[in-house]
Design a protein. Structure first.
Lengths: 195, 195
């Protein structure tokens, strides 16, 4: 994504502050976290944060925005735009696992946003819009007879993405499992079932 | 579970305090929540809470314990104890959905416990023990040739329960969906797949 690595990063740039803010929000909960704690974790002053961001909500929007931007970009990829709906669904599921594995903190934070402030409500609305667009692909696959049509498309989408989202709870990069292993297992369960 | 309903409940009993504490912990995050906030939400004094519970950790243990006790009790049910492993797995999945639907706040809180204190670590350990026992049933079903054996049993368990656990994110009792609808969709996806 063109973000500099930790070693190249200048201490006060916006991306580096967002990295730290995401970690602090995950650890303490967004409501419980303060800008003072973000500043302390980043080793800078609160004034330095205000130089880059208008406040806590702006940092949340940037952090969660990274996950949402990456997920929405998937829907614009050629493999999500044309071809049988079942293949488009498979592509979106695969890319969602890959994005979750590479942007684990941002996706974890996205899943915890609850919508108490206008910023949070707008992030929740974008997440719902993504879910809705995926449910449309599921419904198209059902209409085309490519997947079973005896289950509600919205419910199927929630269950499938519940399965994929759970990755944020237990996946640790560099552990025994790769994103590829998870994609293989999740898509086999989803499309072919365990039997 | 023998818990009195809201109308019968005496204002200061332990169960009623735990009900309120679970809600406060969910809303503010366990780390961010204080006993003062629990007392205020319950409309009682902090001294009244201390009459029943030694502190915040004890309330968390009781609240999350309700979910864990109910889940472990499932593993002792006859249908989880004997018969083909695939049927035992199906039973555990069905009962997990039912317990999640009826104890939504307690299960949601269980899924958010992160393990910063000895109490939290012990709750996380009990949850892992449950996951491990379910993974054993998956492995037995694989060994018996009842479900596909080309996927790691632990990974399958995590994905299946990720799907079921996501219910806490979107299920609202009294909405259009019943626990039975969710059981039907989740078990069809899990065992037969979408195709």
């Amino acid at each position: 994504m063109g973000r500099p690595s930790a070693s190249e990063r200048k201490p006060y740039n916006m991306d580096a502050i967002v990295d730290v803010a995401v970690q602090v929000f995950l650890r303490r909960g967004y409501d419980g976290a303060s800008l003072d704690q973000v500043a302390e974790a980043a080793g800078i002053t609160k004034a330095s944060i205000y130089y880059h961001a208008s406040g806590k909500e702006a940092l949340l929007a940037r952090g969660v925005g990274r996950a949402l931007d990456a997920l929405f970009a998937v829907l614009d990829e050629p493999a999500a735009q044309s071809g049988p709906a079942i293949d488009r669904l498979r592509h979106v599921m695969r890319r969602t696992v890959e994005i979750t594995a590479t942007r684990l903190p941002e996706v974890a934070l996205l899943l915890r946003v609850r919508g108490n402030t206008p910023t949070e409500r707008s992030l929740v609305a974008r997440r719902r819009e993504f879910d809705h667009l995926v449910a449309t692909i599921v419904a198209q696959a059902q209409a085309a007879g490519e997947v079973r049509a005896d289950l509600d498309a919205g419910l199927v989408t929630r269950l499938l993405f519940g399965m994929l989202n759970s990755i944020t709870e237990w996946y640790r990069p560099g552990g025994g499992l790769s994103a590829k292993d998870i994609v293989a297992a999740a898509t086999r369960i989803a499309f072919d079932g365990l039997k």
